[in-house]
Design a protein around this ligand. Sequence first.
Ligand code: PMP
Length: 354
Amino acid sequence: MGRLDIKRLVKDNVRSLHPYEVKAYPCDIKLDANESPYPLTLSPRVRSEFNRVLRVLNRYPDPEARRLRGALSRTLKVRIDNILHGNGSDELIYYLITTFGGPVMYPVPTFSMYGVIAQALGEERIEVPLDRDFDIDVDRILTAIRRHRPKLIFLSSPNNPTGNCFSQERILEIIEYTSHHPSLVVIDEAYQPFSKKGSLVHFIRNYGNVLIMRTLSKIGLAALRVGFIIAQEDIIREVNKVRLPFNLNSISQAVALAIMKDSETVRSNINMITSERRRLFLEMQQIDGIHPYPSDANFILFRAERVDAIFNGLIKKGILIRNMKGAVDGCLRVTVGTPRENTIFLNTLKELSG
Ligand code: PMP
C-alpha cells in the first residue's frame, strides 16, 4: 500500500508550524517555566472539595463554571458576565483569535503563543519591536495600527520574557487611539500579581475595547489550567460562542475555588517570590559579565557573554533555566525559585562566569 504524504493534506499555515516542545532535561532545580516553586498544600477545605468532585466524575463539569466565576467576580469587583473562563489563558488566546480573527498585533519580544496561535488559525501576524528599554514604541505601534488595522493587539504587561511592565501612559495611548479605529486591546496580566504597579482591570469600565487576561498558573496552580478574561459583556458574549462546552474540568473548577478562599498562602508565597527576586537581581548584578534586567514578574531576563556555555553548565549541575536564543539573543531567563534553589543557581552562575 502506498504511503500517504500527510503533509499534502495539512493546511499551509499549519505545515510550517512546530509543535510546542519542551525538551526534557532531567534537572532537580527547575527554573525554566515561570511556575511557582511552592506547591499549594491541600488544606482540609481543599481536600474535601477534591473528594466531593471525585465522587461525581461520571458527570460533566459545570459548562459555565458559575461558582468559580462568581468567586472571581467578587474578588475582582466586576460582574460575573464580565468574566470568561479558559483552560489556561492559552485557550483564551485561541478563542479570541478564533472569534475576531486578524491581523493580530503584538510587540516583540513577547509571549510566543500570540504568534503561534495566530499562525495556527491562518491569521496575519504583525510584530512591532519594543524600544531599547523594552517598553512599547508608541510611534511605531500607532503607525503599524494605522497601516494594518489589527483586530487584536496583545500586550503582555509585565511582559514575558523581558519582565517589565509597559508604561501605563503608552498602553492608554494605544487604547484611546484604538477606541476610535476599532481594535481590541488584550492586556495579558499573567504576571501582574508580582508587580507593584496595579492591575489595569478598571479600564474595562471606561473602554469597550479593552480585555484583561489573567491566569492562576503563575501563582501556584499551573497544573489546574485555569485562565480567564475580563471585559465588557458584549465582548464576553461573542467569545463565549466559540468556547468548547466543558473546557474547564470539574477538579480544576473545584480546587481553584477552594484555594481562592485560602488566599493568605498564595499571597505570602508571592511576597516570598518578590523578595527573592530582589535578592537574585542584586546578586546577579555583582557577577562579572552578567547583566540582569529589572523585573516586575516572577523571573529575570539577563544578558551574558557565553549564553550556551552558561545554559549547558547549569544543566550539568541539575539547574534548568531558559535559553532565549532566537527571541532575545544573548539572553537567558531564570524563574525565581525557593531561597535554596536561588542560592544554588547564583553560586553555580558565579562559577560558570568566572
Ligand atoms: N501569558 C503569558 C504572558 C505567559 O507567559 C503565559 C505562560 N507562559 C501564559 C499567558 C499562559 O498561561 P496559562 O498557563 O494560563 O495558559
